[in-house]
Ligand binder design. Sequence first.
Ligand code: URA
Ligand code: URA
Length: 321
Amino acid sequence: MNSWASLAAKQLFQAWAHSGVTHIPNPREEGVRAAEKWLEQWSVDSGVEVAKSLGVFPGESAASLNKTAPATSPALPPAAPSPASISPAPAPSTPAPSIPAAPMRSSSPLPSLVDGQTHWSERPLELAARNERFRLLQAEVAACRKCTEIVCRRQKTVFGVGPSNARIVMFGEAPGADEDRVGEPFVGAAGQLLDKILVASGLSREEVYIMNALRCRPPNNRTPTEAEIENCRPFFETQLETIQPEYIVCWGAVAVRAVLRSTESVGRLRGKFHTYRGAKVMVTYHPAYLLRNPEAKRLTWDDMKMLMRELGIPIPPPKRA
Ligand code: URA
Ligand code: URA
C-alpha cells in the first residue's frame, strides 16, 4: 500500500475507533456482503465527519496520527473479537490525551426493538456515561447521510434536548424550518404551544427530554416517509434506551408510527397508556395540529391530566367561563 493510502486507512481506523465502533467485520470470516453493508453505514464520509466533529483531525499532523495509529495499517480493518456488542472500542495503542476514552458500550445503534418487549434492553447508565454516549451519537447523527432527499437541504441536524435522565420524553415528528436553523427541537410556533402546554401541566421544558422521530427537516415540512423513520430508528431507539424514561408522550401520528409502530389514528390511541419497552406511552395531538384545530386543545388537556394524575401533579380547577 502506498503511504497516502496507508495514512488514509489509519485515519479512517482512528475515526471509527473514536466514534465508538466496537466491531469491524472481517470479510474473510463474515462474508463480503456483511462487510459491504457495514461500510455503507460507516462510509468514508461518515468516518471523516465523525472524526472532524470530535475534533480528531483538524490540527493533527500526519506525524501525530502516525504515533497514535495502530502499529500496522491493515488493508482491510481487522475483525474485532466477538461478541461485538460488549467488546470495547479498538483503542489506538497510545491514545491522544485530548480525546476522551470511548464508553464501554458502542454509541452505535442498539439492536432494534423486539416487538412487544416490555422492558429496557440494558441496565441504566450513570449520568456521565449517558452524556458521553449522547455526545458520540450526536456526532454520528451530524455525519448521517442516509436520507438522500433530505441531507442536501438540511442546515442543522436536530438531536434532542433535555436531561439524559429525564422521567418524561416528549416525542415529536421532525424539525421544521426554525428547528433546522437553530438545531433544537420545538423552537418554532408549535414549540411555543408545547411550552405553554407543559407549563399548564406543572412541567417545565427544562425537566423533560424533547426529541423527534427524524433528526433532519423534510423538504417543505412534508410528512416523513416510512423509510426516513426507519433510517432514524437506530438513533431514536438508542436515545430512548439510554434515557429509559418512565413516560413517553407521542405528539401526533408520526410519533405514534415511530414509537408504537402503529398506523392507528391519534383519536383511537389517546386516552390510555401504551407500552414501549419499560415506558408508559401516552398519545395526543401534535401541537401544530392543535394550532390548526384549536377545538382539539380540550382533548389534549384531558390527555395531559391523565399524565398529571400519574405523576401526582395537582390538577388546577377548571376556570370559570
Ligand atoms: N414539530 C415537531 O414535531 N418537532 C419539532 O421539533 C418542531 C415542530
Ligand atoms: N393527525 C396527525 O397527523 N396529527 C395529529 O396530531 C392528529 C391527527
